[in-house]
Every structure is written in C-alpha cells, then in structure tokens.
Design a protein around this ligand. Sequence first.
Ligand SMILES: [Zn+2]
Length: 262
Amino acid sequence: MNVSDTQEALIVAISAGAFGLILGSFLNVVAHRVPRGGVPWTPSRSHCPHCDAEIRPRDNVPIVSWLLLRGTCRNCGEPVSWRYPFFEALTAVLFAAVGAYDGLSPELLPDLLFVATLVTVTNTDIDLRIVPNKVLVVSFLAGVVAQVVARPDQWQNWTISAAVAFTAMFLVVLAYPRGMGMGDAKLAGVMGLYLGRAVAPALLLAFFIGTLVGLIVMARKGVAAGRKTAVPFVPFLAAGGIFGLFFGESVVSWYLETFAGN
Ligand SMILES: [Zn+2]
C-alpha cells in the first residue's frame, strides 16, 4: 500500500464512519418502528416510548445526547435503552472499518448495506426476538442491485451461496426448532447473497459462538434450566457475518488450497 492508498483508505474510513454514526441513528428508528408495524419516516420526529414527549433535536445527537442525559428521557426521566448509543457507535465503527477495507471501490456499497442489515436485525432480535421480514426483503432487493453493480462477474457465487445458506439454516431450524426460527434461515440467505462463498465460515463461526454461549448458560444455570433458556441467535449470525466480510474469503481460499488442492 503506497501513501496515496493509505490516505484514500483513511479518508474513506473517516467519511464512512461519520455517515455510519448518522445512519446508525436512523437504523435505531427502523429497528424500533418496523417490528411494531410502523414506517421509519412517520412521524418525522422521534417520541419517548414512556411519556410520548417529542425528542428535541439537541437531545437526538447520536451517542452524545444519551451520555449527557445519562441514559434517561429529559421530560419524564425514564431510562432510554443502551441499545441506542451502542448501535450508533457500532454502526460508525463497522462503517469506518469497511471504508478502510474497501476504499473507494464498487464493493463499498454492498458491504455497507450488509453491515447496516446486520446491525438492524441484531437490534430487533435483542429487543423483541424478531427479525422483521420487511428489513430482510428491502436488504435482499437492495443487495441484489448492489451485487449486480459491484460483483457482476461473481453472480453465480452470490446466488448459489444465498440459496445454499438459506437451505442449510432452514434444515438446522427444522432439526433444532428451539432457539432458532425462520428469521434465522432467511437472514442466512441474505448473508449468502452479500458474502458469496464466505458465508460458509461465517455460519460455522456463528454456530461455534452460539454453542459456546449455550454451554456457558448451562454451566451457570444448570443443564435443564440452560436448555430452556432461549438465547437470541441473530447476534451470533451477525458476528459471523462481520467475520465473513473481512476474513471469510481468505479462510475459504486457505481451505481449498490445503484440502482440495486447487
Ligand atoms: Zn419520556
């Protein structure tokens, strides 16, 4: 990487990070309203879910307002979820990382869309144990367009990977209905669309983390109670997806060179 490449990566990373901070705030609104049957753009101002007071612009600054108000509503003093500043910061950090990784390339578009999707469904899954169909459908359609623009020569890779990832996850859901649902299968399909064959290590990592967390829960609560505890699986899928985005292709290439001889 020469100096101008480094500079470009830095500028794209900072711009994408700033954009991610603002978009993260919007994705919080999407994650709050869409599963409750609303639309992201109406009403145009957010309201406190406790007292319904309109959130003033100065109280709606990403991360900063939440910290200044110590996680409470200015009007009623009721707590405002940690998810708001957390997902704003997470979106900013991940967007910056993708910006540094991709630079100003066509891949930037689908990769940022992918991160935005994972952040939103992780938020709704933690909040309500819901993966909204509307979010998945919008992401899927936008993803197809973005992949046609960015990776047209790999269309077989991302179409087959989407179908295989959905089918594999669907079979897992049929075999182990507890804790996983159709939302997880559909999300796996969307991950295949964005990641191509890198979705394989992404899903494997998700199952590895999921199993690890399941064992920790059983160790702390006892096996019987632990088995009954439903742990949301989407955060693990999302963690696997982020890993797949940055390292999945390297893992697949390494695997094929080592074990398949090509
Ligand atoms: Zn309030």
